[in-house]
Design a protein around this ligand. Sequence first.
Ligand code: ATP
Length: 201
Amino acid sequence: MFLKRIELQGFKSFADKTVIQFDQDITGIVGPNGCGKSNVNDAIRWVLGEQSVKSLRSGTNMSDIIFSGSEYRKPVNMARVTLVFDNSTRVFDSDFDEIEITRQILRANNEASYFINKTPCRLKDINDLVMDTGLGKDSLSIITQGNISSFADAKPEDRRSLFEEAAGVAKYKKRKKVSLSKLEQTKENLDRLQDILDELE
Ligand code: ATP
């Protein structure tokens, strides 16, 4: 499994549709300061479910990641980014040879839509799809500027969570948390049911 292609349109500095093709080995993105290199990295994390506008180095609303215009260009009203993964080795739990994950946002309503292979889906579906691949937005598949020094400076418990993510333990912790919260909800429902039964008796 590898990232074959990224298609950006209206995302940050990428006003026009831009397609970046990746080879299977190493791809370097070079360019002058401020040309948009880190925006490519932001775009990948955005599609993988990043919800923090701050961590995307943008304004205050998610719609701030939409191209906001320049000296020569008017702002646009929509941002859309698609990641195309090779799935010939079936790392994703899917029978398709290619997996396309798309996130889109409209300036008009600040609302995001998500698609897997062009079919509308929920963010949860994307999280579920990538959870077992080690690709999650917080995973170590993306190492940004400053990651290494923040790892060295991190508190022991924060450093432990990075090891847990790398060892694949984090996903089980997340699933345990969801299951415990469902159990708690079920217990509350049972208590309420018991109250009603007591009243009827
Ligand atoms: P450096 O080499 O200095 O780290 P870089 O190539 O990584 O720079 P980025 O940080 O990716 O550059 O891109 C910054 C550019 O993106 C700036 O010119 C900024 O104006 C532009 N930009 C960011 N958000 C938007 C937006 N919503 N609309 C238009 N342009 C944007």
